[in-house]
Design a protein around this ligand. Structure first.
Ligand code: PMP
Length: 439
């Protein structure tokens, strides 16, 4: 055993039992170059996790390296609370250019703490303050973070069962998850029923919920199993929430900034939300979270949402460079093309492997739901999700040089989130290694 391995074992002994990725990736990862990472023994892996989507340009992209190095030598402030600095001015300008134009016109921004959960908390506070309402609407299968407020809105009991006393009054709504609905993929009924449920909840005075302060939704459920919402459903949701005067908050923490092949995943529906929550890619790999919202809701007082690390200057520099890069001609088109190529390779695998139930997603946010074709069918005739197979496959992928995470109901979905700048060769290699692991 080399000294890195001994020290890693000591770390595992010392680190919290709540540690996550370090369990699956039981190696010391010492180096990275765009979509490839290398462990302390020199083994190479393709990174299909990209720090849960936080590395749109991958590891050590020369653009980010240069901008950050230049900034560190410049003598500007390292941290600056929420004070104006050149880095912040550049970032805000880049952000407003990246935001959908119709939304940006009336948008204000709140800088939040470093993580996605922080901007979810900010949304809860802002919209409760602005509307004077108490309850919130969220979706089954949703993931919004691990702080108490965001955890409360998680549509999955597992991670929160042990933490009683959710701080928000939350009503969960059915997310259109066609593959596991009674109507199946390709039918409109799943979406129609979901919208009808929401309409009924908001218009029926006996529904048992008070008028909500906000409705929060991921345009593509990420951790929940990479489930994209259709443009029609998003438009229906926008129409209902507007008619009932319920602020629509889009959690684009994972789906935003090119991941879906559009700058924001909701853009292809042509809707204008009341707020967009951003983290992960927004800092280009450094911790940053931002909430942008319609100025008519800017009804909280000075200092209502403070936080020491709202002004992480390195994240602002790296974020501005990343947003500028993503807006270059052809970059989003590249994401769409690489997504389609990966999709074609996965579709071909589905023909050969009966354990692949569904392949779904958009851009470079793809999910593969694994099933047990021989297992007992559910009441709609669908074979059961195969979480233990997903776990074994994740391990087999790691051993063949592919880092990939699982998610979704029963942990049965393999989620592919490579850096957005992957090459076609990388995609072919991802497919080959995934196929070898499946075999
Ligand atoms: N919202 C979504 C959609 C996410 O995917 C995540 C993280 N996976 C979060 C919020 C929370 O972000 P963080 O882990 O940075 O707190």
């Amino acid at each position: 055993m080399n000294s890195f391995e001994q020290r890693r074992l000591l770390l595992a002994e010392r680190e919290s039992n709540a540690r996550t990725y370090a369990r699956g990736i039981d190696r010391v990862i010492s180096r990275g170059e765009i979509a490839r990472v290398y462990d302390s023994q020199g083994r190479e892996y393709i990174d299909c996790l990209a720090c849960a989507g936080a590395l749109p340009l991958g590891h050590n992209h020369p653009l980010i390296q240069e901008k950050v190095a230049e900034f560190l030598r410049s003598g500007q402030l390292q941290q600056a609370l929420d004070i104006a600095t050149p880095a912040k001015l550049d970032f805000v300008e880049a952000l407003y250019r990246a935001l959908p134009a119709r939304f940006a016109e009336d948008a204000r921004v709140q800088f939040c703490g470093p993580s996605g959960s922080d901007c979810v908390e900010a949304a809860l506070k802002l919209f409760k303050t602005a509307t004077g309402r108490r309850s919130v609407l969220a979706f089954q299968g949703a993931y919004h973070g691990m702080t108490m407020g965001s955890l409360g809105m998680m549509g999955n009991l597992g991670p929160k069962a042990a933490v009683s006393g959710s701080p928000a009054e939350i009503q969960f709504l059915p997310f259109p998850y066609a593959y596991r609905s009674p109507f199946g993929v390709g039918s409109r009924e799943t979406e129609q029923l979901s919208l009808a449920f929401i309409e009924n909840l908001l218009s029926d005075p006996e529904s048992g919920v008070t008028k909500p302060a906000l409705l929060i939704v991921e345009p593509i459920q990420g951790e929940g199993g990479c489930i994209p919402a259709s443009a029609e459903w998003l438009r229906g949701l926008r129409e209902i929430t507007a008619r009932h005067d319920v602020p629509l908050v889009l959690d684009e923490v994972q789906s935003g900034f090119g991941r879906s092949g559009d700058m924001f995943a909701h853009e292809y529906a042509g809707i204008v939300p009341d707020a967009i929550l951003m983290s992960k890619a927004v800092g280009g790999g450094y911790p940053l979270a931002v909430m942008a919202y319609h100025r008519k809701y800017d009804r909280w007082g000075p200092g209502a949402h403070a936080g020491t690390f709202r002004g992480n200057q390195i994240a602002l520099v790296s974020g501005a460079a990343t947003l500028e890069y993503l807006q270059r001609p052809g970059v989003l088109e590249h994401v769409r093309q690489m997504g389609q190529l990966l999709r074609r390779r996965l579709d071909a695998l589905q023909q050969r492997f009966a354990c692949i139930g569904e392949i779904r997603g958009r851009g470079l946010m793809l999910g593969i739901e694994l099933i047990d074709p021989q297992g007992p069918r559910d009441s709609h005739g669908r074979p059961p999700a195969h979480g233990s197979l997903a776990k074994a496959l994740k391990r087999a992928c790691l051993e063949r040089g592919l880092i990939i995470e699982t998610g979704g109901r029963h942990g049965a979905v393999m989620r592919m989130l490579p850096p957005l700048v992957v090459s076609a060769d990388d995609i072919e290699e991802i497919s080959r290694r995934f196929e070898a692991a499946l075999s």
